[in-house]
Ligand binder design. Structure first.
Ligand SMILES: [Zn+2]
Length: 287
């Protein structure tokens, strides 16, 4: 059902706000890892840092940047049992840094599902033997794929880097491997709702272009600073350039080198019509 697509952006905005408003009061804690069924709703679970599980209106499960067993803020039961995510239908990784690639290769093998990521990150995963070749899908800083019925994923620019650190079992030492360039993803769900997972990124002017071209409804936005946008830069982009219906801040509260806080971001967003949806690790929202 492409509910939103044929309508004007203004109508979409209104419908989305109404739908979200009705829902947000019922934000709940982590859902049970049961098999997904088509519910017509989207459920988004924050697993800490940039890691999210999205249950789509059509009943599919998308996981992005699953840093679970190593994440300091990963909620139970996922920190000790990655199978608790339930069946993973689509696995997206924005870049090779450990707090993003995390448990993705293990999830790909566990669910026999492809890991989608920047081509030059997926290639070393395959050549090093971390990922079977048939479980890697290589695309790059542009390009769309339709990995599941009614779901479209487009890779977009992120201003960041990507390096794979791999422990060589023959030497038991860490090795650094070039791993392409970081990306963000526009994830369009079965109902036309578009989520922009920015990955790690600094502020860049083509956020305006990406907004004009893809019109995201919800943006998952890093605010921690140091490696990514800090709260003031993230708020600048959200208020002035992107103006989505909703923003969920991420990539903070997990590392002393990312000192940006939710409170700083909320302060910087005061007076904006963009709805900031604060989450805690392990919380899910439904809309
Ligand atoms: Zn990174």
């Amino acid at each position: 059902m492409k509910r939103l697509q044929p309508r004007s952006f203004a109508a979409c905005l209104l419908a989305g706000l109404l739908a979200f408003g009705a829902h947000h009061t019922s934000a709940q804690t982590a859902a049970a890892p049961a098999a997904s069924a088509a519910t017509g709703k989207t459920e988004l679970l924050w697993l800490g840092q940039a890691s999210f599980r999205i249950k789509t209106p059509g009943g599919k499960t998308i996981v992005v940047d699953p840093w679970l067993t190593g994440g300091p803020k990963t909620p139970a039961p996922y920190k000790t049992d990655i199978s608790a995510l339930g069946k993973v239908d689509l696995l997206l990784v924005t870049h090779a840094h450990v707090d993003h690639i995390g448990d993705a290769p293990d999830l790909a093998k566990m669910h026999n599902t492809k890991l989608y990521g920047p081509a030059d990150m997926v290639t070393p995963l395959i050549t090093l033997g971390v990922l079977p070749a048939d479980l890697g899908h290589r695309f790059n800083k542009t390009g769309s794929v339709k990995p599941l019925p009614g779901i479209k994923v487009t890779a977009v620019q992120a201003e960041h880097s990507s390096l794979l650190v791999w422990k060589n079992p023959a030497t038991n030492k860490n090795e650094s491997h070039p791993a392409g360039e970081a990306v963000g993803y526009i994830i369009e769900l079965e109902n036309g709702f578009k989520i922009w997972h920015m990955g790690d990124t600094g502020l860049f002017g083509d956020m305006k272009f990406i907004t004009e071209r893809y019109k995201p409804d919800l943006v998952l936005m890093p605010i921690g600073g140091n490696f990514t946008m800090a709260p003031d830069d993230a708020a600048f982009a959200a208020r002035n350039w992107i103006q989505p219906k909703m923003v969920i801040p991420m990539h903070y509260n997990s590392n002393p080198l990312t000192p940006g806080t939710l409170a700083e971001f909320q302060d910087a967003m005061k007076g904006s019509s963009v709805k900031v949806v604060p989450m805690t690790e392990g919380q899910s929202v439904e809309f």
